[in-house]
Each structure stands twice: as structure tokens, then as C-alpha cells.
Design a protein around this ligand. Structure first.
Ligand SMILES: Cc1cc2nc3c(=O)[nH]c(=O)nc-3n(C[C@H](O)[C@H](O)[C@H](O)COP(=O)(O)OP(=O)(O)OC[C@H]3O[C@@H](n4cnc5c(N)ncnc54)[C@H](O)[C@@H]3O)c2cc1C
Length: 322
């Protein structure tokens, strides 16, 4: 029997609507089960339809960008997952301000900004997320972060079906976090940029890419840094000192190249990843007396397969509920 939520959304949305859609392939960790429904939104009308259908059926919703900071539960996710389609891409330069569609990938954006003669955005060349995900996470690297450039974000509110303009100062952007409302889909962002030398920026991008290739396991599926750095220290150093490099459960392993990365192999499960996370947390607690906080976001009920206390077993707060 067909899912009424799928038929209702398919009848209204311009973008693609899929039932029981695999989410593993939408994430860089490449693990996890399906979403009940996946909608590729092409315009605000589609987002409004998702909000309305979720309210009527009392279903949760969640936005997926590039899935580069996302761990999806093996059992999948019983709500409507939203991906922003091509309708949410594009750049518009007005003076020294750049309005960017939320589905734009950061790496190509960094190159285009450098080529256009602006500086300061090279750090984003190796962060494989979208602008929308970068606003939600306040992504950053190499001493810079998105809030250094962000002037304002356009938020589509799923609970009201309206688009709102939020100045960056109202978004609660902090180290790898924000205080965006749970029903907010970032649909565009405006960045302030300074004029620079394209050659210098391209050289900075090349340096960052080379550094990443040497120091990070870029040829294996991962989600970047799994834990945030505690104040004044580095999660990678603490994990390394606690002896966790190479710690393996099923198809998930603490990278030998960078201890704050977990890499997955074909056949790995979200439970494998969660169990590695729990073991790392326990090892660092026992070695350094510090509790590491995951930076990776969860979708669904992620379970570790043993008796260690699980510090994070359910959806993150940005999963919206009507
Ligand atoms: C190899 C590698 C290196 C990385 N290096 C870095 C780094 O140096 N610095 C860094 O900060 N991160 C890094 N990351 C992590 C990741 O790329 C960032 O967190 C990025 O900002 C996530 O963007 P995304 O589009 O993939 O979001 P997703 O992973 O899809 O989602 C992350 C969160 O953002 C929410 N979200 C996504 N899109 C939207 C939207 N349009 N509106 C509202 N909410 C949204 C999701 O619901 C979820 O809660 C790395 C990841 C990898 C795989």
C-alpha cells in the first residue's frame, strides 16, 4: 500500500519525492538506514508543503546538506528528510556582498570567491558541506569560521511557511554550533568579503588542500572531526594519547592518520560508529578525566551495541517536530 505522506507530497511538490529513501548514500560516512520520505525541495512552495504535511501527520522533519557531519541510525528515520535542490543554488554579487544559495558546496564556493578577487574564504575549500550546513554548524577551519563573513541568513520556517531574514548576530553562532530554531531551513546566506589577490588566494587553497591530504584520511568515508576540541586542547591529541588510534569495531575505526576521525569500510553500520565513539569517550575520560563532546549530528536513534552508557542516543535538537 502506498504511503499517504508520499502521495500528498508528490502531488504538491515540484521537486522529487521518494519513499523509503536510502540516506547512507547522502552522507560522507556512508552508513545508516532510509528515511520514510525524502524530498528534494526546489522552491519555497515545496518546503511549505513539507511543513504542512508534517504538521498534519505529526511527523518530524530534518534537513540534510551534504551529509558531511551526519550519522544516520541503522534503523533509519521515520520522518521527512529534506535536501535542497538546484533551485537553492546560485551566487549573486552586490558590491562587496555575496548572496549564496544554501545548497552551494563550500569547496567550489571557496575557489569561485578566490577567482573573483576576494580573500579570506580559502579555509572553506576543504570543508565538504553546503552553505546551509555551514550556517547551522558555524563551520570553520584554519583559524577562521563562517561567522567571520556572515552578514545575514534567509531562513524558511517550516512551522509557518514563511521566509525570514535573520542578521548573523541573532543566530547564536558559536564554536561549531548555532541557535537556529528547529523549524528553520537555511535557504540563502549573505557574506561580506574583502578584496584580495586571486593568485595569493589560490596559493592558500593549494596549501590547505595539501595539508589536508597529508593529515586527514580523505580517501576513506568519514565525517571530519567527530568531537569538538575542549577549550585549550585538541580532541585528536587526547584520543591519540589515550591509545585509541586504530581502535576498531566492525567496519568503523579511529583513523591512524588523524585520531579525531572515524573512518568506515563497506559493511560498516551506524552502531559500529556509535560504539567506537562511546569507547573513545570512555578511554579519554579514564585517561584525561575529560568528557569529549561529539561534533557529528545524529539522525534517528543511534545505538552502541554494548553496555557502555550512551551519552547520545536520539536525534539532535535541530530535528524539528510539529
Ligand atoms: C573530510 C571532512 C572534513 C571536514 N572538515 C571540517 C572542518 O575543517 N571544519 C568544519 O567546521 N567542519 C568540517 N567537516 C564537517 C562538515 O563538513 C561541516 O560540519 C559542514 O558544515 C556540514 O555541512 P553539510 O551541508 O554537510 O551538513 P549536514 O552534515 O548535512 O548537516 C549538519 C547539520 O546541519 C543541518 N543542516 C544542513 N543543511 C541545513 C540547512 N540548509 N538549513 C538548516 N540546517 C541544515 C542538518 O540538519 C544537521 O543538523 C568536515 C567533514 C569531512 C567529511
Amino acid at each position: 500500500m502506498s504511503d499517504p505522506v508520499v502521495s500528498e507530497l508528490a502531488a504538491t511538490c515540484h521537486g522529487k519525492v521518494e519513499a523509503d529513501a536510502s540516506l547512507a548514500s547522502l552522507t560522507t560516512l556512508r552508513v545508516g538506514g532510509p528515511a520514510r520520505v525524502l524530498v528534494t525541495a526546489e522552491q519555497d512552495h515545496d518546503l511549505a508543503a513539507v511543513g504542512e504535511v508534517c504538521r498534519r501527520h505529526r511527523l518530524p522533519w530534518a534537513v540534510i546538506g551534504r551529509g558531511s557531519n551526519l550519522l544516520v541510525a541503522d534503523a533509519g528515520w521515520p520522518g521527512v528528510a529534506i535536501v535542497l535542490g538546484r533551485g537553492y543554488r546560485g551566487l549573486e554579487l552586490v558590491g562587496e556582498r555575496l548572496r549564496v544559495g544554501a545548497a552551494e558546496p563550500l569547496p567550489s564556493l571557496a575557489v569561485r570567491i578566490a577567482d573573483a578577487g576576494y580573500r579570506g574564504f580559502a579555509w572553506a575549500c576543504s570543508v565538504p558541506g553546503t552553505i546551509g550546513g555551514a550556517v547551522r554548524m558555524n563551520a570553520g577551519a584554519h583559524g577562521a569560521e563562517l561567522r567571520d563573513h556572515l552578514v545575514e541568513a534567509e531562513l524558511f520556517r517550516l512551522s509557518t511557511g514563511t521566509r525570514e531574514l535573520w542578521p548573523a548576530t541573532t543566530l547564536g553562532l558559536a564554536y561549531r554550533s548555532s541557535e537556529l530554531p528547529a523549524d528553520a531551513v537555511v535557504v540563502a546566506a549573505t557574506l561580506a568579503l574583502d578584496r584580495g589577490d586571486p593568485e595569493e588566494e589560490r596559493a592558500a587553497i593549494a596549501r590547505i588542500r595539501a595539508w589536508r591530504r597529508t593529515h586527514q584520511p580523505l580517501n576513506e568515508p568519514n565525517c571530519g572531526s567527530v568531537f569538538t576540541n575542549p577549550p585549550g586542547d585538541s580532541a585528536g591529541r587526547l584520543i591519540d594519547v589515550a591509545g585509541c588510534k586504530g581502535l576498531r569495531v566492525g567496519g568503523a575505526e579511529v583513523s591512524r592518520r588523524h585520531a579525531n576521525f572515524i573512518v568506515t569500510r563497506p559493511g560498516a553500520t551506524a552502531t559500529d560508529v556509535a560504539t567506537v565513539i562511546e569507547r573513545v569517550v570512555a578511554a579519554v575520560e579514564s585517561d584525561a578525566g575529560l568528557t569529549l563532546r561529539p561534533e557529528v549530528r545524529r539522525l534517528g536513534t543511534v545505538v552502541a551495541d554494548h553496555d557502555l552508557p550512551t551519552s547520545w542516543s536520539t536525534d539532535d535538537p535541530e530535528v524539528g517536530r510539529p
